[in-house]
Design a protein around this ligand. Structure first.
Ligand code: ZN
Length: 223
């Protein structure tokens, strides 16, 4: 098992660089976690450590109640929310949280990002929904994420007055969703400055989403 944990530690560490590269985080805000496949364990960023200082070794191994199993630092303060998602969504292998600017601006207004771009239909298949206002410290953020995304195609939720949580079959997919969420939040915001974006018919959203999720690109088996 330790080989698997080492691999996940390296993946989670490396994926934090993508948050920086795509401008989704400032200072030490934002975090990536991954489930350890086949184990009731997750790997997450340590709390309050600079992005430049992250190494595979200082990633924190926790159980699915968010308790530290192995690690020299305290885990991210968002660990309870990540752990809640893994406990309640067996299909989720990765979770990402950011306060990326444009997406968080929609969250600040408590307004879903409407599905008005084909890229959004591809990736999200619907609007990006808003979850409840929730304070850190108990299960309320995790519960809000799980309840809002239940039965929703979107892998991203805007937690009201807070920021973005995304899920994916693995951590890389969750990071991609976080990058795409910020991208479409920005574009739709810009569109709004000069008028009302045009709606896309639900049948077209469905068709775009189906094609992208099932046909487009290199399928998973070929990766
Ligand atoms: Zn936050």
């Amino acid at each position: 098992m330790s080989d698997t944990v080492d691999l996940i530690r390296r993946q989670v560490c490396d994926l934090h660089r993508e948050l920086v590269r795509y401008g989704l985080v400032v200072w030490t805000a934002g975090n990536v976690s991954a489930r350890v496949p086949g184990e009731d364990l997750l790997v997450i960023k340590p709390s309050g450590v600079d992005y430049d200082e992250l190494t595979p070794q200082n990633m924190i191994l926790c159980d699915l109640d968010g308790r530290v199993v192995e690690g020299d630092f305290a885990p991210s303060s968002d660990t309870a929310a990540h752990a809640y998602v893994y406990r309640h969504r067996a299909d989720v292998g990765g979770v990402v949280h950011t306060h990326s600017t444009y997406a968080s601006a929609w969250a600040a207004r408590g307004e879903p990002v409407p599905c008005v771009l084909t890229a959004m239909a591809d990736e999200f298949g619907a609007e990006i929904p808003v979850g409840p206002f929730a304070l850190i410290g108990d299960d309320s953020i995790g519960r809000g994420i799980v309840e809002t995304l239940a039965g929703h195609r979107s892998p991203a939720v805007l937690m009201k007055s807070h920021g973005v949580f995304t899920i994916g079959r693995d951590a890389r997919a969750a990071v991609k969703a976080a990058v795409m969420c910020e991208d479409v939040a920005r574009t739709v915001h810009v569109a709004r400055q000069l008028g009302e974006p045009l709606p896309i018919a639900q049948a077209d959203i469905d068709s775009l989403n189906h094609r992208y999720q099932n046909v487009y690109g290199q399928q998973r088996a070929a990766q």
